[in-house]
Design a protein around this ligand. Structure first.
Ligand SMILES: Nc1nc2c(c(=O)[nH]1)N[C@H]1C(S)=C(S)[C@@H](COP(=O)(O)OP(=O)(O)OC[C@H]3O[C@@H](n4cnc5c(=O)[nH]c(N)nc54)[C@H](O)[C@@H]3O)O[C@H]1N2
Ligand SMILES: Nc1nc2c(c(=O)[nH]1)N[C@H]1C(S)=C(S)[C@@H](COP(=O)(O)OP(=O)(O)OC[C@H]3O[C@@H](n4cnc5c(=O)[nH]c(N)nc54)[C@H](O)[C@@H]3O)O[C@H]1N2
Ligand code: SF4
Ligand SMILES: [Mo]
Length: 658
């Protein structure tokens, strides 16, 4: 077009200057910033470390903050867990942060009638007024010896949850701290607990696996290691086979080698048929499971086997399982029930066994959170035993625990009213014969979240007079929402602590604006991905635009302080006496300080990684502020998963002896 190279450069330079000129005062992004003499972009902002709780992957992230505004979120490049990556959601978290429809200030209801179609007619009030209203009601319950009629509901939480979720109801005198766990993934944990004595989520060695059998999980979209799954998915597809069992053609299923569109709730039939094929065809992992004493496979369709004929190695009860459940469970039988073709079940079972021990049976709640789902969970996890992939290369692994500090003892702060109140039966009717919910393997210890609505509605064992809910939305997230709507109408005084108005806010008497987890608070989190267990800090990277407070710590403190002014100081004493800044020994004097002190307190035992990195500092491992503020920091990793792997690699037979 007749323009010389020199002329082109000149022309672009002019354009560049114009753009720079336009944004000279406040560049929106560094991409538009001016360069300095060396041609470097003059950065006007900085990357600050925090943690995302957009789902339960709990990824270490960094936020680019410019002129006090969060501009962009990325994965913390130092994190091995999430490969320094994030999923698409935290990009949108900025829109949550600056959402004009956030709850901006405390509010109180002025329409006494509650219901789905009742406008609560909220009016703004001050924090003092709001907390005052909350503690007035609490003091009424103390005076009438009805502290058990108080309930605290929680959904999501941080590592410091117990400071609020446990300490507040316990010291106040209520047995009713109700978590969302029963509508989350407790049934998933049951299988690994009963089969492997492990009550937790597993981690999977995707790097070395050759087969991944996914029960009701879509790990590139949800589950607990999304950036890891996204990062590894290409490699996994190259080197391994992927089979997805899901009624829905999920994102993962659409790319998988096999999609088994099971009829919802019928996964148990598939589990049994796969196990049947593996045993009948003699393709189980002998090193892990063991073998028939005379080497001949006696597992034949329809016939029971003498237990004495089999010598088990690391499993227990394989022949019993065959005799009681598997012997007739052919793929043809399962095809009828589960709606998956028999030949596909044969193929999946054979390919899975052939890849063993580098074969993962990845169990997720969709198939377990069903009627009889506990059995599905046990069976699906037991397939890992047939493959010998438990704690093995390319298999399913426990992962390390990041030790956070335990909450200090509460007992000394319980007065007579509290002790008596605590003894009442819980509103979820836990312990009754019809709800054998497990927690950490203990029968009748588990929460029965969704039954709370019935407990409230039937006033069985008693009526609930007051509840506080935070980071939860049971009216939406529990099945049978109408029951919850009615139950919420019935609670005379409800307080919802939330970032955005939700269905449950509709029933609130007081609404308290919570700070956004990723951007506006101190917090401590632990998680695992990519064979790494890690702790990660949330820090306030921006000043909140609205009048929000941190749910578990700041609001807990304000309630405690106000109760103390009204004559009940035990909770306040507990917060004041038991929590000190591990670096300075100082105690909090207000709610903001308490948020930081509590965060430091909880992570004070997790400093191994930091000690290595900052060996020169005496406060090493405790210096949270420096830890969280650097872009090179923000989380600590226990790479023990990897170390265990190396141990496995040295071990020629690829199994671990516990
Ligand atoms: N149909 C169906 N139902 C399900 C599931 C499903 O897959 N399908 N999944 C189930 C599972 S696994 C779970 S864990 C439960 C989850 O169910 P819940 O624990 O009830 O949680 P959410 O419905 O996610 O509601 C979270 C609320 O917290 C508010 N919030 C967001 N961030 C913050 C914050 O930082 N602080 C505070 N205080 N509030 C905040 C939001 O506004 C939102 O109203 O749902 C279960 N229910
Ligand atoms: N994007 C996103 N990610 C999340 C969360 C979130 O809210 N959003 N929440 C986090 C939480 S709290 C949890 S517990 C995990 C849960 O994560 P996952 O364990 O992966 O579970 P979901 O994504 O709820 O459901 C996975 C699949 O189960 C399928 N499914 C439903 N019923 C059945 C069934 O009967 N059989 C089979 N085989 N499949 C079935 C659904 O179609 C869905 O595709 O995800 C975490 N990650
Ligand atoms: S996968 Fe990680 S980055 Fe994405 S929402 Fe979940 S915690 Fe946040
Ligand atoms: Mo969940």
């Amino acid at each position: 077009m007749g323009i010389s190279r020199r002329g082109f450069i000149k022309a672009t330079a002019v354009t560049g200057a114009t753009v720079a000129g336009l944004s000279a005062n406040k560049p929106m992004l560094t991409a538009f910033s001016e360069t300095d003499k060396k041609g470097q972009i003059a950065e006007s902002g900085k990357w600050m470390a925090s943690t995302c709780q957009g789902c339960t992957s709990w990824c270490p992230v960094q936020v680019y903050v410019e002129n006090g505004r969060a501009i962009k979120v990325r994965g913390n490049p130092n994190s091995k867990g999430n490969h320094g990556k994030i999923c698409p959601r935290p990009h949108l978290a900025i829109q949550q942060l600056y959402d004009p429809d956030r709850v901006k200030v405390p509010m109180k209801r002025t329409n006494p009638k509650k219901g789905r179609n009742e406008d609560p007619k909220f009016v703004p009030i001050s924090w003092e007024e709001a907390i005052d209203a909350v503690t007035d009601k609490m003091m009424e319950l103390r005076k009438s010896n009805e502290t058990h009629k108080f309930a605290l509901f929680r959904g999501r939480y941080t590592g410091a949850a117990d400071i609020f979720y446990k300490a507040l109801p316990t010291i106040f005198g209520s047995p009713n701290n109700i978590s969302h766990s029963a509508i989350c993934a407790e049934a998933e944990k049951l299988g690994p607990y009963i089969t492997e004595a492990y009550w937790d989520y597993r981690d999977y060695d995707l790097e070395h696996t050759r087969y991944v059998l996914m029960w009701s999980t879509d790990p590139v979209s949800s589950n607990r290691q999304v950036p890891h799954a996204i990062s590894m998915f290409g490699k996994v597809l190259d080197q391994a086979k992927v089979a997805v069992i899901d009624p829905r053609l999920s994102a993962t299923a659409s790319k998988a080698d096999e999609w088994l569109p099971v009829i919802p709730g019928q996964d148990g039939a598939l589990v049994s048929a796969i196990a049947h094929v593996i045993l009948k065809e003699g393709i189980w992992n002998r090193e892990f499971v063991g073998d028939f004493k005379d080497g001949e496979n006696l597992f034949a369709k329809g016939s029971a086997v003498d237990e004495a004929a089999f010598e088990e190695n690391k499993t227990y009860g394989i022949v019993k399982w065959w005799n009681l459940e598997l012997k007739d469970r052919t793929p043809e039988w399962a095809a009828e029930i589960a709606g998956v073709p028999a030949e596909q079940i044969y193929r999946v079972a054979r390919d899975f066994a052939e890849a063993a021990p580098r074969a993962i049976s990845w169990l997720a709640p969709g198939s377990a959170m069903q009627i009889r789902g506990g059995y599905t969970s046990m069976g699906a996890h037991a397939l890992n035993a047939l493959a010998g992939s438990i704690e093995n290369i390319g298999g399913t692994n426990r992962g390390e625990k990041v030790p956070l500090q335990d909450i200090p003892e509460l007992d000394a702060y319980l007065d007579e009213i509290a002790k008596k109140g605590k003894k009442n039966e819980k509103i979820d009717q836990r312990g009754r014969i019809q709800f054998p919910a497990f927690a950490k393997g203990e029968l009748h210890k588990g929460v029965i979240t969704n039954n709370v609505a019935d407990g409230i509605l039937n006033e069985d064992p008693y009526d609930i007079k007051m509840a506080i809910g935070y980071w939860n939305n049971f009216v939406f997230s529990c099945t049978g929402a109408q029951r919850w709507e009615k139950a919420m109408e019935k609670i005379p005084f409800y307080v919802h602590i939330t970032v955005n108005p939700a269905e449950m806010t509709q029933y609130a008497d007081i609404v308290l604006p919570a700070c956004h987890q990723l951007f506006e608070r101190w917090g401590v989190i632990k998680s695992k991905q990519n064979m790494n267990a890690y702790g990660s800090i949330q820090q306030p990277v921006v000043e909140p635009l609205w009048d929000c407070k941190v749910d578990e710590t700041e609001i807990g403190w304000l309630i405690a302080e106000s109760l103390a002014k009204k004559g009940f100081s035990n909770l306040y004493d507990y917060y004041r006496n038991e929590f000190a800044d591990p670096e300075t020994g100082k105690k909090a004097t207000n709610e903001k300080e308490f948020n930081l002190v509590a965060t430091k307190f909880y992570r004070k035992n997790s400093g191994t990684h930091l000690k290595r990195r900052r060996a020169t500092k005496s406060a090493a491992g405790r210096n949270l502020s420096t830890w969280a503020s650097g872009t090179r920091s923000g989380h600590l990793i226990r790479s023990i998963g990897k170390r265990a792997l190396k141990r496995h690699q040295r071990n020629s037979n690829f199994t671990v002896k516990h």
